[in-house]
Ligand binder design. Sequence first.
Ligand code: PLP
Length: 349
Amino acid sequence: MDNLEQLVRPHLKGLSPYSSARDDYQGLPGIFLDANESPYGTLNRYPDPDQSALKSAISKLRKVPGKQLFLGNGSDEAIDLIFRIFCEPGLDKVLVFEPTYGMVAVTAAIHNIKLVSIPLDDHFQIPTPAARELFNDDRIKLLYICSPNNPTANLMEATRIEALLKTFKGVVIIDEAYQDFTLAQSWISRLDEFPNLVVLQTFSKAWGLAAARIGMAFGSVPLIEWMNKIKPPYNISSANQKDALEAIGNKNQIDAHIRSILRERKRLKESLVKLPVVVKIYPSDANFLLVHVNNANEVYKKLIEHRIVVRNRHAAVSNCIRISIGTPAENDKLLNVLKQISDEENIVY
Ligand SMILES: *Cc1c(COP(=O)(O)O)cnc(C)c1O
């Protein structure tokens, strides 16, 4: 896109990225006396800064060229870098639709970027006209959309996202952390149409690698080049690169886990709605349920007493708790405790 370069913060344009001697030497084993590493040990060498092996596996899996793929220390690092590239502290703004993923507001605050927030509508969808009214403000450099959205669990309507992509002049981030739990098409398939689109995915949820901290960003070649230019050179450890590669090798197993989570999501929902303590369960395209209960603070506290931790989202959506789908045994335990809580309440009232 012509305007991508115009969106980049001016002081970055002359940046020479960090380079290591290893950049000049590819492939063959050699004697490495260039990086002040220890010659002893198993984790003694710096990791591959380009994450070539992992990138090529992901690129095959997602059918996106390696040059359009950035890997970060979690998606959180990708979000942070996007702020660094496009947002001038104290001047620029980011537009979000709330309730949504809390890290964006925190990252904006860290960078001294103003958060402009529009509430999602009654169906937790993006109010497109309200968003477009703000597009004249050229200080809004980023638009963050989470789909399926955390904590509301639903997909954002594709036609509305498309309308925003077509009219917004800044960079649009679509966070697909929960994409593996839905049948909807990923926005990765539309990258070529929208050079100012960045799609985020992660190994933290469906892939079972939250501890490894690996996030993916997919975008146009120039946008991904900028992310690579400003990232810390060794942002993903070799152990973690290896773990992610192994997970991709075991994709059948991962798919079986996803199927089990989806089965459990259905079962949990069907059982939960029968409990007196539950008022409503919102539709979910993710690995969690947003559950409206009679008193979120109470239910949350009582679950903690039984050593079950859920997320109290009362502040974001009135009287709602967010429940991640666990193993069948964990879900059974949750259901039993909630049933007990329901019974106790019936005695009290
Ligand atoms: C969990 C989650 C992530 C994952 O972040 P990582 O840094 O990759 O662990 C990203 N976005 C959303 C909306 C999430 O809920």
